[in-house]
Design a protein around this ligand. Structure first.
Ligand code: ADP
Length: 289
């Protein structure tokens, strides 16, 4: 009869209603997912725009930095060309400028390419097990001329038990050379003092390069690790050395930082983590000893 039909209708309606509710819950869920995906896309897009901006900034800094030495090379060459009667002393002075600026340009180009290779991931890394003390010794030897010329004293102290680390020897050498070159560059001529310490931490080897130069104001202590960042006038500098060094150290799981105060010199330090197997060996040795 009519009553039975009504019940059936009711059941059908209820059934449909619950389907609609389920459907609407699914839709709600989908719409939440869409919202999340949209937010992610928006964030990714913002990151891309930021990267694009950084790249533009990088490119314009690079071209500016490269143009500066080129401009002076060109100016001085033109003077030499246009003034054949120029005296020997002056000619020598101009030629020295050309040589110096050419060296600076070469260094800039090499470092810029190096930075680009590291950032794009196309740099090659050859990690081997090595003793940091050997690398420091080689770097000190390679820079000994710089130290002699400026009469800056250098001392190296190393712990007796410095475990080996895994790193790229040439790259690590590049880091230490850069820190030593900066230390001697900023130390006072005549009574400059640079101290290198190599020590073993529980999980890392740490190298400290301390100088008695002018120090670095706190507000600049992070910025100097950015690309092309220099404080004041730094002759012969590119502002890339520390940025590259930090990337190298981080590539091998370490850290590079500075501790400094104006008038009290600077200490640049980096760590390289121990090979986990070596660390265990060290622990065992220590426990046994
Ligand atoms: P640069 O080739 O200009 O030395 P770096 O990246 O090696 O480039 O250094 C960046 C800047 O950090 C330098 O221009 C200088 O202002 C500062 N700096 C680096 N090392 C020292 C130091 N030992 N003492 C004082 N300032 C330093």
């Amino acid at each position: 009869g009519r009553g039975a039909l009504e019940v059936r209708d009711l059941v059908e309606i209820l059934d449909e209603a619950s389907q609609v509710r389920a459907q609407s819950r699914r839709l709600e869920q989908k719409s939440r997912e869409l919202e999340a995906a949209t937010a992610e896309l928006r964030a990714a897009n913002e990151r891309l725009q930021e990267l694009d901006r950084l790249k533009d900034e990088f490119m314009s800094t690079v071209s500016h930095e490269l143009r500066t030495p080129l401009t002076s090379i060109r100016a001085v060459s033109e003077i030499l060309l246009d003034a054949p009667e120029i005296g020997a002393d002056e000619r020598q002075r101009f030629l020295a400028i050309i040589v110096k600026e050419t060296e600076r340009l070469t260094r800039l180009i090499n470092q810029t390419l190096d930075m680009a290779r590291i950032e794009s991931g196309s740099a090659e890394w050859h990690a081997t097990e090595l003793d940091v003390r050997d690398v420091v010794r080689d770097a000190v030897e390679a820079t000994s001329q710089l130290f002699r010329e400026k009469q800056v004293r250098i001392s190296v102290t190393a712990g007796a038990d410095v475990p080996p680390v895994r790193s790229d020897r040439d790259r690590l050498m590049q880091v230490v050379l850069n820190l030593l070159a900066n230390a001697v560059k900023f130390s006072p001529a005549g009574d400059g003092r640079v101290e290198v310490r190599i020590g073993a931490r529980p999980e890392a080897v740490q190298v400290d390069v301390r100088d008695n130069g002018p120090g670095i104001p706190r507000e600049h202590q992070e910025a100097i690790f950015e690309r092309f960042k220099q404080l004041g006038d730094t002759p012969q500098g590119s502002g890339l050395g520390l940025a590259i060094s930090r990337r190298i150290v981080e590539r091998f799981g370490g850290r590079l930082w500075v501790e400094s105060a104006v008038g009290e010199g600077s200490t640049f330090s980096f760590t390289l983590p121990l090979d986990p197997r070596q660390a265990t060996g060290g622990e065992a040795r220590r426990a046994a000893g």
